[in-house]
Every structure is written in C-alpha cells, then in structure tokens.
Write a protein that binds this ligand. Structure first.
Ligand code: TTP
Ligand code: MG
Length: 406
C-alpha cells in the first residue's frame, strides 16, 4: 500500500492574523516585519512584495502598504490551535511555525478518503480560527509540501503517484524543498535550472558541492524523500498573556484575568496531551517596568487548580508595587507527554488522588462542552470576578488579545 502524507500551511500567516485582528486591514496590502518583510498579505504580493524584501523597498513599490511589527505570542496561539485540529485526525504530526506534516499511515481504515479529511480540516480551521490554510497530499513529505505550494492560496491538492513525474520534472530547481537561494545560485552556475536537469548531476558531485544535504537533493530531484514524520511535536512552552483595557490595580480583576489565562493555557495543554513541569508569570506595570519569574511545579500537571494556585502565589510575589498593571501573562514550560493516570498517582502527597481524579474527569467534560459551545459557556473560579467587568462573547471574555477570546 502506498503511503500518504498530508501537509498544511497557513496562508500569509502573520499578515492574515493581523487582518483578522483589524478589519480595516482586510483587502489592503499589509506586511509584517521589522527591517525586512516576514509575511506579506496576498494584496501586497500583487505589488511584487515578498518575504525577505527590505521594508524600505516594499514601501517604495507600494506606498499604501501598512507595516506592522508583529505579535509573536498571538501568532503562536493561532498555530497551536490549528495544529491541535490536525492532531485530532492523524496519529503522528510534526509541526513547524505555520506548517504541519500529518502521517496518514495506519489510519486508512478510519479515514479512507484523505481528500475528504483534508477538506474537513480546512473547513474547521476556517470556522474555528478565521484563517485560511492550504493543504497538499502526496506519497511523501516533499510531494505533500510541493502540492500545498501549488494549491495556494486557500486550496487543496492531492498529487497521485502517477502524476508525480510530470509535476516535478520541469519545475524550477528552487521549488524543491531544501534548495535555498545559495544552492540555486550554485546550480545556475552549472546551467541547471529545472528539477529534471538536476538529475544530470552525479551523487558525488552534489555531495562535493553541498555536503550531506547534496545527498538528500540527489534523491529528491528523483521524487524520493524517505524522511519519516516524527511522532509528536512537543512545543517548548504554552504562553497566554493579555494587556488590560485600562491599567488594573484591583486584585480581583488581575487574579481573575490570570485565572482565565491559566485556564486557556491548561486547556491547550490537555488538548495536546501534555503536562507542564514549570510555570511562569509575567507582569508589566503601566510605567512599562516588567517583572517575571519561572518556578518548577511541585509535580507535573495539566489540571487547572494546581496550576492556578501556583500561578497566583507567583503573581503575589511579583506584584509588590502599589501601581497599576498594564499586562499579565502565564507561561507553561518544561512540557512533556502526559502519561495519564500514572501521573496522577505520582501526585499522592500533593493533594488527594481521588480529588485530582475528580478534577481530571470534570475538566474532561468541561473541555468537551467548551469545544462545542465556546469557552464562555462555563465561567469558573476566579474568572467569575470578570463577569460584569469585561464584555463576553460565545468564545470567552473579550480581551485585548483577541485570539485568547476565541
Ligand atoms: P511562510 O509559510 O513561508 O509564509 P506565509 O505563511 O506568510 O505565506 P504563504 O505560506 O501563504 O506563502 O512563513 C510562515 C510565517 O513565517 C510567515 O507568516 C512569517 C514567518 N516568516 C518569517 O518570519 N521570516 C521569513 O523570512 C519567512 C519566509 C517567514
Ligand atoms: Mg504559510
């Protein structure tokens, strides 16, 4: 049976998030970056603006361009959400900044039609995050990725093994994953422009030119890419932070917000099947002075109560000035795979195991309800203090960091 890989890549990632955050940016040329363009909206690309171009040049060719420096924590929570959706359908997923590879092998019986699943993932991502992702399906990683590229923007393409040769042969060599600008220049010097022409170079000469990566390219220009999809991507940290609508000094608002952010972070933790070993809190006063600290948790966990109790102690040790706060955030780090109930039994002595099991069960049903009806369908714990103080929609409290509302 031939193998099957799905690749997804968010369209104009950073720029699309900014257009989602600010409706006035929709339909107009937007670039995110400082110094050079990191991401250009499709409207900006029509002027010839591309990633890596100096911003000064981009402004020259498109004076109407809106340039934004970027909000990394916000982009991260969008990509986490998207990868979590993909992970629901694939036993193994490997994710980078805004792209993921899903390995379909072994799920053929569960999902006989990969195209249908890819369409469903694209639909759900659009509905649940507002972003467009393109997807490609192929026999190996490189064909999956190249199909995605050829389907952009907002498209889906399945490349069948019988179509591979015609698809790849006449493409510019630079379209082969692993051929960067430097390799492209080297190849050009040898008069090699297409993938098919690369096949004229022997294994030895590619190796001599490019070192070990040359050997990979020898196989790839022939359509072979045997790299496996690694089992699971464990992020380095899960971070949730927001600034206040107005600087806040009241403890119930600050702790209520921290509670809400901790809940959002730990529900992501559970969705990814992870536990945290460390927790950090960050605050910024209205005069921009920042304080932060990270501590080891008494035991690894993914449950709200333990995480929040720890977070609030840390907050109180940091928040010592009588001054208003502009921002609060929580970060879960030292992430590892959840080993299920074994983890709970390790916690004996920290709290009652029965109590923890009860909380785990309760959170499981809460997660299900919230997945269905939005996070705001259940307001718990200290976030109750936010009721009446912050506006709410179906997704949650309306924060100044909108992806945390969703
Ligand atoms: P890409 O997927 O290469 O670009 P993109 O998502 O903006 O556009 P598309 O996929 O539709 O072609 O990169 C993903 C993000 O990575 C991008 O939004 C910004 C960031 N990035 C940089 O910060 N620096 C860079 O040089 C590149 C290429 C991307
Ligand atoms: Mg992208």
């Amino acid at each position: 049976m031939s193998s099957c890989i799905l690749h997804v890549d968010i369209d104009a990632f950073f720029a699309s998030v900014e257009q989602l955050r600010n409706p006035r940016l929709r339909g107009v040329p937007v670039a995110v970056g400082s110094g050079v363009v990191a991401s250009a909206s499709y409207e900006a690309r029509r002027f010839g603006i591309t990633a890596g171009m100096p911003l000064r040049k981009a402004r020259e060719i498109c004076p109407a361009l809106t340039v934004i420096e970027g909000h990394a924590p916000i982009y991260r929570c969008f990509s986490e959400r998207i990868f979590a959706i993909c992970a629901e359908y694939a036993p193994a997923i490997e994710a980078y900044l805004d792209e993921a590879y899903c390995d379909w092998n072994g799920t053929e019986r569960l999902y006989p039609d990969p195209t249908a699943v890819a369409s469903e993932i694209r639909r759900r991502v659009r509905k649940e995050t507002g972003l467009a992702v393109s997807a490609g399906i192929g026999r190996n990683r490189m064909f999956a990725k190249m199909s995605t590229k050829s389907a952009k923007p907002d498209g889906l393409r399945r490349l069948l093994p019988s179509e591979e040769e015609a698809f790849i042969r006449d493409l510019p060599a630079s379209r082969l994953p692993g051929v960067g600008p430097r390799t492209e220049r080297l190849l050009e010097k040898l008069n090699v422009r297409t993938v098919g022409e690369m096949r004229l170079l022997s294994r030895e000469s590619l190796r001599a030119m490019l070192g070990l990566p040359g050997l990979l390219l020898y196989d790839r220009c022939r359509g072979e890419d045997t790299r496996a999809i690694s089992r699971r991507e464990v992020p380095r940290s899960i971070q949730r932070e927001t600034s206040f609508h107005e600087p806040a000094i009241a403890l119930d608002v600050i702790e209520g917000t921290l509670y809400y952010l901790t809940e959002r972070a730990s529900s992501t933790l559970r969705r990814l099947g992870l536990v945290a070993h460390q927790l950090g809190v960050k605050i910024r006063y209205a005069d921009r002075v920042e304080e932060s600290a990270v501590r080891k948790l008494p035991a690894p966990t993914q449950l709200d109560q333990g995480l929040f109790a720890f977070a609030v102690r840390l907050l109180r040790s940091l928040f010592v000035r009588r001054a208003a706060l502009q921002l609060v955030g929580v970060v879960l780090s030292g992430l590892g795979l959840d080993s299920g109930l074994r983890q709970l039994s390790l916690l004996e002595g920290v709290g009652s195991t029965a109590g923890l099991r009860r909380e785990a069960r309760l959170l499981e049903s809460l997660d299900t309800i919230r997945e269905r009806y939005g996070h705001a369908s259940v307001v718990r714990g200290k976030s109750l203090h936010l009721l009446g103080k912050l506006e709410q929609d179906d997704h949650g409290f309306i924060l100044r960091t909108p992806c945390l509302t969703k």
